[in-house]
Design a protein around this ligand. Structure first.
Ligand code: SAM
Length: 240
């Protein structure tokens, strides 16, 4: 796809979620898409490879949490994979500091290339597991927002994300539409970890069939020291 066509499609669809893009942002999204398509031939980054689908199901989808991020936030994206939602959020708000974390090193190499090519500043890319990093005092309770898309069930995800969040900060989880059961299974974990559900936003992604939820959790109290438990435990035995 040429940049003219790309520009028209991304502008039109971002405007449906009230985001107006400037030319720098359009160029950055265009380079990101091309890097994704190119690298995806060598390493598994995404099942979505058609340009229009990348625009809608990755870029616009991630844009749906933009309204919850404040200008100078210190943000961590846990389980970022090929950079979602962290890279689109950084492109949309270049004043934030963002840390991108993933346990798969190949994806981290890709992300370093994206950060260089797009000339993004104040981005830290870390290879590691959330459970280990959140026990490191350099990262523990240091972030205004912890964001994640498609990483784990809400109980497990709360154990990954909430320890990174400062008191009065928020965890923002991008989830599928049917989350009632997950929400009730995660209730105890969220409370133990110091959080409280603020709201659940449910919507259809612009004019598609794709239904989504965004779960916002406020961090009210410090997370007890023993959480997150050691690597692997939060997913094998979610707090119930
Ligand atoms: N967030 C991206 C997205 O929406 O496209 C990637 C989603 S992918 C299904 C889940 C990612 O989470 C994988 O890249 C995996 O390596 C990472 N992940 C899973 N558990 C993790 C953990 N405990 N710590 C760090 N990364 C983790």
């Amino acid at each position: 796809m040429e940049i003219e066509e790309f520009s028209q499609i991304i502008k039109e669809n971002m405007s449906k979620i009230d985001i107006e893009l400037n030319n720098v942002q359009i160029k950055q999204f265009f380079s990101y898409m091309n890097l994704l398509i190119e690298w995806n031939k060598k390493i598994n980054l995404t099942a979505i490879i058609e340009p229009k689908e990348i625009i809608i199901k990755h870029f616009v989808d991630c844009g749906t949490i933009f309204k919850y991020i404040e200008e100078k936030d210190n943000v961590i994206d846990v389980g970022t994979g090929a950079g979602f939602p962290g890279i689109p959020i950084k492109i949309l708000n270049n004043k934030i500091n963002i840390t991108l974390v993933d346990s798969l090193n190949k994806r981290i190499n890709f992300l370093s290339e994206v950060v260089n090519e797009l000339e993004l500043k104040n981005v830290k890319v870390i290879h590691g597991r959330a459970e280990d990093l959140a026990q490191n005092k350099e990262y523990r309770e240091k972030y205004d927002k912890a964001i994640s898309r498609a990483v784990a069930n809400l109980s497990t995800l709360s154990e990954y994300d909430l320890p990174f969040v400062k008191i009065n900060g928020k965890m923002i989880a991008m989830k599928g539409f049917e989350i009632e059961e997950e929400l009730s299974n995660a209730k105890k974990a969220i409370e133990i970890l110091g959080g409280k559900i603020e709201k659940v936003e449910k919507f259809s992604l612009i004019d598609t069939e794709n239904k989504r939820s965004i779960v916002l959790i406020n961090k009210l109290k410090s997370t007890p020291r023993q959480y997150p438990r050691k690597a692997g435990r939060p997913s094998k035995e979610p707090i119930k």
